[in-house]
Design a protein. Structure first.
Length: 515
């Protein structure tokens, strides 16, 4: 009788990349059995949820950041290739700026402390994707490690400067409000300009920093900005949209120039505005009375799939815009854009139970200091998106209590999110026992900090033969269930990429890192 060459046997040993101990050795913050993860798994989940310097319900910001730095430094030495790929993906795939910048700096610091060289410059350069980021990374290094900046950091920043510093970038990101100016970065890192024109820009940025020097004729965008500055009145500025575009004028700069933005001012600058700027100003467009014809063009840009892809906005940005904008003329465009941003959420066959954590800890922590969107909101977006695409799904919100959230397949995710409530504690095991009814799989979107439950732990609330997938949105140290094999898998992040692992695992393939 065959024992090992049996159809279907391989699917029983499928592994996913987030791996934990098989039995609990600690407790969650709320007293339930807690499963510790290996270093790579812990760093990944912390990295994709860490808004550096910001506290969460269960961890102070300094404690969380110290854990993050220690893990980066440990893995920079023990597995530098994996860690370098993670750091680059954080910035370019997960779209997390601060976490990537800090990780790049600490990667270099940890390796240099261990006497290791090679690859450090490339890690620094890879995370610099916006023109203010060379100064941000340099500011972090100076504030954390002192004024001695090692060559790999200087050269990596210099590589970013050569790629990112342009006239428009100077106008947008270089101002007296910043401690580290473009000129400071150039003087410290000595990047070789890629063209004569960029050489003129570098020289001008240094002179501007020190209050000297004339504007070279080769810098046409800066010349155009000077022309705008000498126009006789506000009306003359607004009647020259071509000059506004040529001058690299941003809506912030225009507002400083002409005062409160009325409909005429917005309509003059809207053609020059980037995608994120449009998304963040929908309420201002409505308050100023921007014409419907102009709003229609804005809505078309917001909903365009290519624009959504290029903008690389996190899905929760669309929820924030939907809540901030009072007019329904944006609703369809935002829903369409959200759908494009969640295009990788799979259509799961069979019956799926989706549980969304609505406990107090999820509401306490916004996704960032400047965001009105909480982890509870993010969980609701992903949970609703998964449910509306599934063949058959039951969507449940849980906290101290739990209840079904009604929806129709294919319905607007933004409208479904509005139906979720605030449910207090985290009775995860109880919610699973109450709502599991022979489903083919279970997906939990949660911070994993389950309450102690004397009737049984989370891992045993669903039969071990049924796949249970945990989408971690907080990166807490101890998980509520094991992960890695035996139908228990954890993944996480603020994008939809991780959900693809469900399909991979159910096709009998190991789930791998998204980078």
């Amino acid at each position: 009788m065959s024992k090992f060459n049996v159809k279907g046997l391989r699917s029983k040993v499928v592994r996913s990349m987030i791996r934990s101990e098989p039995t609990p050795s600690t407790l969650t913050s709320e007293g339930a059995p807690g499963y510790l993860r290996d270093a790579k798994s812990e760093l990944f989940l912390l990295a994709v949820t860490n808004m550096v310097g910001e506290s969460t319900f269960y961890e102070a910001g300094a404690e969380r950041d110290s854990r993050y730095v220690a893990l980066v430094r440990e893995l920079a030495v023990s597995d530098p290739e994996w860690t370098a790929r993670l750091i680059a993906w954080l910035r370019n795939g997960a779209q997390l700026r601060s976490a990537a910048l800090v990780a790049a700096a600490e990667f270099v610091a940890g390796r240099l402390q261990a006497g290791l060289h090679g690859g450090n410059r490339e890690v620094v350069a890879a995370v610099l994707q916006r023109a203010d980021e060379p100064g941000e990374l340099l500011g972090y290094w100076l504030g954390t490690h002192g004024r001695s900046v090692p060559k790999p950091v200087k050269r990596g920043i210099g590589d970013g400067v050569r790629r990112l510093y342009t006239e428009r970038a100077l106008l947008k990101w270089d101002s007296a409000a910043r401690d580290i100016r473009f000129g400071d970065v150039i003087e410290l890192t000595h990047p070789a300009p890629t063209t004569d024109r960029q050489g003129d820009l570098f020289a001008y940025a240094i002179g501007r920093r020190h209050g000297r020097g004339e504007l070279p004729a080769s810098l046409s965008v800066l010349q155009a900005r000077q022309s705008v500055a000498v126009l006789p009145n506000h009306a003359a500025v607004l009647q020259n949209p071509e000059l506004l575009a040529a001058s690299g004028m941003t809506w912030e700069a225009l507002s400083s120039s002409v005062g409160p933005m009325d409909a005429q001012a917005w309509e003059a600058i809207i053609p020059s505005m980037g995608y994120m700027a449009l998304l963040r100003n929908l309420r201002n467009f409505d308050d100023a009375g921007v014409a419907d014809s102009v709003a229609a063009h804005v809505a078309a840009r917001l909903a365009d799939p290519d624009e959504v892809a290029r903008s690389r906005q996190l899905p929760m940005r669309y929820l924030a815009a939907y809540r901030a904008a009072p007019s329904l003329r944006w609703a369809h465009a935002l829903e369409t854009a959200l759908g494009h941003s969640l295009s990788r959420v799979p259509v799961l066959p069979g019956r799926t139970l989706v549980l969304v954590d609505r406990s107090g800890s999820m509401f306490w922590s916004p996704l960032s200091q400047r965001s009105t969107v909480t982890r509870a909101d993010g969980a609701a977006v992903f949970g609703a998106a998964l449910a509306v695409r599934a063949e058959r799904a039951d969507l449940v919100e849980f906290g101290s209590t739990s209840s079904r959230v009604d929806f129709r397949r294919g319905e607007s995710v933004l409208r479904i999110v509005d139906r979720f409530g605030d449910l207090g504690g985290t009775a995860t095991a109880h919610a699973l026992r109450k709502h599991y009814r022979g489903h083919d799989r279970v997906v939990l979107v949660t911070d994993e900090q389950a309450w102690e439950d004397r009737a049984g732990q989370v891992n045993d609330a669903v039969p071990h033969t049924v796949p249970m997938y945990t989408w971690n949105v907080a990166g807490c140290r101890a998980g509520h269930a094991p992960s890695g094999a035996a139908n228990r898998h954890t993944f996480g992040g603020l994008t939809d990429a991780g959900f693809e692992l469900i399909e991979l695992i159910e096709r009998g393939r190991n789930g791998n890192w998204p980078f």
